[in-house]
Design a protein around this ligand. Structure first.
Ligand code: HEC
Length: 185
């Protein structure tokens, strides 16, 4: 009897911890989707308006930081969300050491063909959690991040980002991540 209740207690503890982590992961995913869908909707609308990508590019240069700030204003004070990449374009999106470590695991998975766009990575450092969602370069992304960027767009990109690293991607390459950070005491 005693043994049974002990097992029960430990089972409950494990379940509780897992549930807690799943909750944080889901909360992070919610914030990632908020930023991701906001940027995607805007990008899609601008690309439709002008398929050359010039309007969309102007929009990304001018508004991506603002959109990120606006989405963050809607989050609770203990949470934030942003994008980053190893080969990044904007200095505002520069990765830190942990970002690079996680992104390298995605690149490794792509090499080993064990990658899935759904593979979410969650890290914990004390009471701070990070939830990472990978982004893969699709056809539409290559207009501004690919190997054959039009001269016109190239000129605008180089002017706005003299140290741009976010070019020469191919379809299916790992492009970067959206990352949510949650601090829970
Ligand atoms: C019209 C041009 C354009 C298109 C199309 C485009 N991007 Fe970008 N992208 C930019 C610009 C400009 C920036 C830098 C400003 C910003 O958004 O923060 C950027 C930044 C990013 C960043 C943040 C990290 C960094 O490099 O600064 C990611 C991640 C990203 N793009 C992924 C994508 C993906 C994935 C697609 C396709 C679904 C895509 N982009 C399509 C222009 C574009």
């Amino acid at each position: 009897m005693k043994k049974t209740s002990l097992v029960l207690v430990s089972l409950l503890t494990v379940n509780y911890l897992q549930a807690d982590n799943i909750e944080i992961k889901q909360e992070g995913m919610k914030y990632i989707k908020m930023l991701g869908s906001e940027l995607k909707q805007n990008l899609q609308a601008k690309m439709k308006e002008d398929p050359s990508g010039e309007n969309a590019l102007g929009f990304c240069i001018g508004a991506a930081d603002n959109i990120t700030t606006e989405v963050n204003k809607k989050l609770p004070p203990y949470a934030s969300v942003r994008r980053t990449a190893i080969k990044y374009r904007s200095q505002s999106n520069k990765p830190d050491a942990k970002d690079i470590e996680v992104m390298n695991t995605y690149i490794e998975k792509l090499k080993n063909k064990t990658f899935s766009p759904k593979s979410i990575v969650m890290t914990q450092d004390g009471n701070t959690y990070r939830i990472y969602k990978p982004l893969v370069a699709k056809g539409v992304c290559l207009k501004c991040h690919g190997e054959n960027i039009s001269d016109k767009l190239k000129l605008i990109i180089t002017k706005a980002y003299p140290n741009d690293l976010a070019i020469n991607f191919k379809e299916g390459d790992f492009r970067g991540v959206i990352v949510a950070e949650i601090k829970k005491d």
